[in-house]
Design a protein around this ligand. Sequence first.
Ligand code: ADP
Ligand code: 5GP
Length: 186
Amino acid sequence: MGKSGQLFVVSGPSGAGKSTVIGKMMAHRDDVSFSVSVTTRAPRPGEVDGVDYYFVTRERYDELVREGGLLEHAVFAGNGYGTPRQPVLETLASGRHVLLDIEVQGAAQVKEAMSDTVTIFLAPPTLEELERRLRSRGTESDEKIRQRLDTARRELLQAKNYDYLVVNDDPDRAAAELSAILDRYS
Ligand code: ADP
Ligand code: 5GP
C-alpha cells in the first residue's frame, strides 16, 4: 500500500480571507484536494453547488448527521455545516492531501477523531480590518456581520490550540506561507 495523504484543517474568523488564500494556494498545487462541505445556508452570488459547497436542505443535512455521513459538523451563524466523510477518507487513502476550511468546533472534532491532523489558524491583522473585509465582501446583512464579528472574538481565542498561525496581511504572502506549511508534510 502507498503512503496516505495528510489531512489539513484551516480555520479562522469569517472574513479573514480563508477562501481567498486557500484558492490562491490551490491554484499552484496539484497534490491537495479541497473538501467540499455541505451547508444549509443559501449560496452567495457566484458560488457554485458542488464546487464551493453542496447546498442542502435542513432535512437532508439532518439525515446526513443521523446516518453518520459527516466527519464533523457544527452550527455556525444559524446554519448547519459539515464535512462529507467518505470523500475525505478515500482521497487520503489514494495518497493525496486533503484540506478542510472549517470553523473551530468542527476543527476540534476532527483533531479528536484523527489526531495526526495538521491544524492552521488564519487570522486577520486586526478586528477592525476583519470588519472592513466582511463589509467589503458585501454578502451579509448588517445583523449577520455583527453576528460573525461576535463569533470572531470567541474564535480568535482558539488560535493558540492550532499547530500553526498564519496572519493574512497580504493574500499572496499568506498563500505562500500556507503552501510552505504543506510542503513540510509532502
Ligand atoms: P473567508 O473565506 O475567511 O470568510 P474571504 O476569502 O471571503 O474570507 O475574504 C473576505 C473578503 O476579504 C473578500 O472580499 C476578500 O477579497 C478580502 N480579502 C481576503 N484577503 C485579503 C487581504 N489579505 N487583504 C485585503 N482583503 C482581503
Ligand atoms: P461561510 O458561510 O462564510 O462560507 O462559512 C462560515 C464558517 O463555516 C467558516 O468559518 C467556515 O470555515 C465554516 N465551515 C465551512 N464548511 C464547514 C464544515 O464543513 N464544517 C464546519 N464545522 N465548518 C465549516
